[in-house]
Unconditional design. Structure first.
Length: 346
């Protein structure tokens, strides 16, 4: 076990292991949903986290996320998993407070590797200003790690994925192509520089983009993860009952992502995402490799932010001033729904 690459122990990696959005909706169908006026956002909303009101000015944000190794280095894997779990709280406009470890490890996994995963997770939680307060671990043939995170948000300042309005401008805060590059990395096809870049990107907290966006009239937000760019945009458009128009020329991709996609190095999750979102999307004559990148599942992806048009320039400038926000892209806008497709990628 000491010399085995973590990603070789799994069939799927990172958020590519998520149950597809369409299948998830079928699994949850007809389950009883209890109503409570204090439950402001529940699982029936297809949002990033749940929100439960405690007092007039305080609500708790709760989320849970875990997955198989997306990186071979234990510390890096732990840090990515923690950054990904924290992201759902940031997408709701919240501030994380506490986190619980969720860990599955093979019985013969060396202590040093397990300890490395935990150290990576702890480092990101502490960078977020939160605390680890416990957790749960079991034995499993495949290692998996993640966290249940609790944060707080003012009940009147919750950001959901459904609050967008026609005219809103969309910004995205990380380059795309994470799923394709990690698939190539699992096959040993990435250069050391490419591997380092994609790992660094996945370890980057969305805290810094969140801290900026809450100062502006943002109407909706979601983090782009396992359902891919178009899967998450479909949820935003359905929630807002609007169309979303994306300018693909403004999208930024990780170096090498398009070339690997052209070679067919596309994770299985991209095909699940395509089956879910394709019928509601107008892709025109976009090359197949570019389409694949639009459906590519992202692990610890960036925030997709819908802001009032009069504040778009100011928000963009503020995001660009912070070097901790990886790649600011003005990618599109929301428009009135005309009753046909939901997303237009142009």
């Amino acid at each position: 076990m000491e010399n085995i690459r973590l990603t070789k122990l799994t069939e799927c990696s990172g958020c590519g292991a998520k149950v597809g959005a369409g299948e998830l909706a079928r699994l949850l169908q007809d389950l009883p949903v209890h109503r409570d006026a204090r439950l402001l956002v529940g699982y029936d909303k297809s949002d990033d986290a749940s929100v439960y009101q405690l007092t007039e000015d305080t609500a708790i944000v709760q989320t849970v996320d875990f997955f198989p190794p997306i990186a071979d280095d234990p510390y890096t894997f732990g840090a990515i998993a923690a950054a990904n779990a924290l992201s759902d709280v940031y997408a709701m406009g919240g501030e994380p407070l506490t986190a619980l470890n969720i860990m599955m490890v093979p019985e013969d996994m060396p202590r040093e590797q397990v300890h490395g995963i935990l150290r990576g997770g702890y480092a990101k939680i502490y960078e977020a200003g939160a605390m680890i307060t416990g957790g749960h671990s079991i034995y499993d043939r495949e290692p998996k790690y993640g966290m249940a995170v609790t944060g707080i948000v003012h009940p009147k300042r919750i950001l959901t994925n459904a609050g967008g309005r026609p005219g809103d401008i969309l910004f995205y805060t990380k380059p795309l192509g994470i799923g394709v590059l990690t698939t190539a990395g699992k096959g040993g096809l990435l250069s050391e520089e490419q591997q380092s870049r994609v790992n660094e990107l996945m370890m980057t907290l969305n805290k810094y983009a969140r801290d900026i966006m809450v100062q502006y009239p943002v109407h909706a937000c979601t983090d782009v993860t396992g359902f891919g760019l178009l899967g998450h945009l479909l949820e935003m458009s359905q929630g807002a009952d609007a169309e979303i128009h994306i300018c693909t020329e403004r999208l930024q991709f990780l170096p090498g992502a398009l070339e690997f996609a052209e070679l067919g190095l596309v994770p299985a999750g991209a095909y699940r995402n395509r089956r879910y979102a394709e019928q509601a999307t107008e892709l025109g004559a976009l090359p197949l490799a570019l389409q694949d990148l639009l459906f590519d599942p992202q692990t610890s992806g960036g925030l997709m932010i819908a802001v009032a048009p009069e504040a778009a320039d100011a928000l963009e400038a503020a995001l660009r001033r912070d070097a901790r926000v990886p790649k600011v892209q003005r990618v599109g806008e929301l428009r009135e729904y005309r009753g046909s497709k939901r997303i237009f990628a142009e």
